[in-house]
Design a protein around this ligand. Structure first.
Ligand SMILES: CC(C)(COP(=O)(O)OP(=O)(O)OC[C@H]1O[C@@H](n2cnc3c(N)ncnc32)[C@H](O)[C@@H]1OP(=O)(O)O)[C@@H](O)C(=O)NCCC(=O)NCCS
Length: 173
């Protein structure tokens, strides 16, 4: 795969949510943002977890986000210095595709932030030359499935969990 270098620390998008309130989407910087991201997940509603994530203990959250920082590329939505959304891409072993995981804190859901954050990860992955994006969600997670389908993801395996795929070569700009 031909990989283009795209500076994550230069990525900063000022956006407005459905309530007219401003927030920023930018690249995640593990050394500067780790504590703020732990805080988002430490206060994440247990009822909003998906496929066992985020972990429920602080140590579990720390291990998980340290693993993601080592193996992935992440973006955050931030408001007033608080991280309110997190999307992370983990490339597949062959480096051709990426796995995506996203969470928006319950205080800020249903305002369009998840869709915007997903769009940023899609645009980034296209520019980097990945062929496709995949994800797994729960078949009962109708809101997440609605968001993913709206962005062009197709269901590829609906039997146990819900496996979805976006062909980045065909995805709209
Ligand atoms: C799924 C998630 C990432 C979406 O982010 P978000 O910021 O809440 O989503 P948005 O506001 O951008 O979009 C929500 C969309 O779902 C729709 N929606 C809300 N509740 C819905 C429901 N019960 N059924 C169907 N659609 C629903 C909204 O109308 C909106 O669509 P629209 O813009 O076409 O009107 C976020 O809600 C979340 O983190 N949920 C908990 C964890 C999770 O499920 N993560 C997914 C990984 S498994």
């Amino acid at each position: 795969m031909e990989s283009k270098s795209i500076a994550l620390d230069e990525l900063e998008i000022v956006a407005t949510d459905k309530k007219g309130e401003a927030y920023v989407i930018r690249g995640y910087n593990h050394s500067k943002d780790r504590e703020k991201l732990i805080e988002m997940y430490a206060t994440f509603s247990p009822e909003q977890r998906c496929l066992g994530l985020p972990p429920t203990t602080r140590t579990g959250i720390e291990h998980w986000i340290d693993y993601l920082a080592e193996n992935g590329i992440a973006f955050v939505a931030e408001r007033d210095g608080r991280i309110i959304g997190h999307a992370v891409l983990v490339p597949t072993e062959d480096g051709e595709e990426v796995d995506v995981t996203i969470f928006v804190h319950q205080d800020f859901q249903n305002r369009g932030i998840g869709q915007r954050l997903m769009k940023v990860t899609i645009d980034y992955s296209k520019k980097k030359g990945y062929k496709g994006m995949m994800l797994v969600t729960e078949r009962t997670n109708v809101r997440a499935i609605h968001v993913y389908k709206k962005l062009g993801f197709k269901v590829v395996d609906p039997y146990l969990e819900y496996d979805m795929y976006l062909d980045l070569r065909k995805a709209k700009d």
